[in-house]
Design a binder for this molecule. Structure first.
Ligand code: ATR
Length: 279
């Protein structure tokens, strides 16, 4: 029997670690899958998904810059996709496309199980209001933190993101507000960087007093892109964690959606860290 086919679609995509991660999941669970990286032309996302499905493809992950298009292309989508306005996982079945978003699930799993910080009752600062922040806000709220503050360089976008999630926050009895950087007086148990400011070589866009003693500072990126934020956090006494665990956990959630089997994410994260830090 041939292996079931999956892939990650993006532009660029050559740097993606997803093929390696899913190959390890398959080996460790005994699932027979083949998973490739597919470079998609910028104007060819929908055609590529349909062609992949027509050739027997069972599902795909979607990365930059196609996550919004993936949400729009789908015949059906999860509530998570509706709230994020973006999808990172497509399930291709019987000629139909179902979209989900596992980014926020990955972030929450890595914070609660990887870093061992339960979110319930905590004060959380989410920095950024672009696609990365929008993709994780609802799953963060679903864990019942006491308070979530969204802070973004362009305040209007933070305000809009928070406004879109007020019902979700109320459901979980969480206070949700958008604040300007200058208005940030409180400190937080958890500070999440969902901006691309370090890619631009810009300083961390919030004051260091936002870090409560013993706080967890989490960058959703990993590798050199996360360095500036993690160094800043460590210099100010916080526990710093990059987004590699989120990457593995979101992949694990996609794998579980496709295969109905939960892969050992912790083991694969440890292996990936070793691989990436090897000389
Ligand atoms: P992504 O999908 O990665 O979130 P995006 O939608 O372009 O990408 O959003 C990038 C985020 O990083 C935004 O919150 C952006 O702030 P603005 O909304 O003000 O553009 C933030 N960002 C990018 N460069 C930044 C910088 N130099 N300082 C502060 N925030 C920055």
């Amino acid at each position: 029997m041939n292996a079931d086919r999956y892939c990650v679609m993006g532009h660029p995509v050559a740097h993606s670690r997803s093929p390696w991660i899913h190959a390890r999941f398959a080996a460790l669970t005994g699932e027979r899958i083949a998973y490739d990286a597919l470079l998609v032309p910028l104007d060819g996302f929908a055609d590529t998904v349909r062609a992949f499905a027509a050739q027997g493809g069972r599902g795909c992950n979607v990365t930059v810059p196609f996550k919004q298009q993936a949400a729009q292309l789908a015949d059906t989508h999860s509530e998570r996709v509706a709230q994020a306005g973006a999808a990172n996982t497509l399930v291709l079945e019987g000629g139909r496309i179902h979209a989900d978003n596992t980014d926020g699930l990955g972030l929450v799993a890595d914070i609660e199980h990887g870093a061992c910080v339960p979110l319930a009752g905590r004060d959380v600062l989410l920095i950024g209001a672009g696609g990365a922040a929008a993709g994780v806000l609802a799953p963060l709220l679903a864990r019942g933190p006491r308070r979530v503050v969204v802070c973004n360089r362009t305040h209007r976008k933070a305000h809009e993101l928070a406004a879109r999630h007020q019902d979700c926050a109320a459901l979980h009895k969480t206070e949700l507000l958008a604040l300007d950087q200058q208005a940030l007086e409180a400190d937080f148990d958890l500070v999440i960087n969902a901006t691309s400011s370090s890619l631009a070589g810009a300083p961390v866009p919030v004051p260091a007093h936002a870090l409560r003693p013993g706080a967890l500072a989490y960058d959703m990126m990993y590798g050199p892109a996360a360095r500036a934020f993690l160094d800043w956090a460590t210099q100010h006494g916080a526990l710093a964690r990059d987004g590699l665990g989120m990457l593995v956990e979101q992949a694990a959630a996609s794998f579980a959606l496709w295969r109905g089997v939960r892969p050992p994410a912790g083991q694969v994260l440890a292996e990936l860290r070793t691989l990436l830090t090897a000389p």
